[in-house]
Design a protein around this ligand. Structure first.
Ligand code: FES
Length: 175
């Protein structure tokens, strides 16, 4: 999943100064209040901004870095290695399909093919109506219930063809 998050080097100097909203700053500062140092809340800050904006653009990342008194490059490195921070635009809901060993053994590739048939999107793609983005993810920690996937915040275990029909039939799709 690192490919999805990989990005070009973030310029450290930029004329386009995106600022954080008052709500974003309040959320981040609430985390800082319980942290030993500002940059310790880097992942929380990324999550907060993503919750407000849907994903974390380069401009957003620079604004977060400024607020945490750290470099954009350092924060980008953290974001890149954290699977659930989206560094590119995504649909309203992200489908995270686990492709680690237990889920692979239990047929995640077949699930991926079925999702592609139902929604008309491959890995890394978003439906034409912007409802879903399909992304691979490493182990979600529910290996005994493999195969598993997440749709938005919801974890689905022991996923089979019927589960996918229930989740995505009538979704329209169309990349
Ligand atoms: S391998 Fe899929 S949840 Fe662990």
């Amino acid at each position: 999943m690192s490919d999805r998050n990989s990005s070009a080097t973030i310029p450290l100097l930029d004329d386009t100064e995106t600022t954080l909203s008052a709500a974003e700053i309040a959320g981040i500062d609430a985390e800082i209040a319980h942290a030993p140092y500002r940059s310790a809340v880097a992942i929380d800050a990324l999550k907060i901004v993503q919750a407000h904006r849907g994903w974390v653009s380069d401009e957003s990342l620079r604004a977060i870095a400024r607020h945490l008194h750290m470099s954009a490059a350092e924060l980008d490195g953290i974001a890149t290695f954290y699977n659930l921070i989206f560094r590119r635009p995504v649909g309203e809901k992200v489908i995270l399909l686990c492709n680690s060993i237990s889920c692979w053994i239990k047929g995640c590739e077949g699930l991926q093919q079925q999702i592609t048939q139902q929604l008309g999107i491959g890995l890394g793609e978003t439906t034409g109506d912007n409802r879903y983005t399909l992304l691979p993810v490493t182990c979600l920690g529910a290996c005994d219930k493999a195969p598993v996937l997440m749709v938005g915040e919801d974890l689905h275990e022991d996923v089979d063809a019927q589960t996918l029909r229930q989740l995505f039939d009538n979704s329209g799709g169309g990349a």
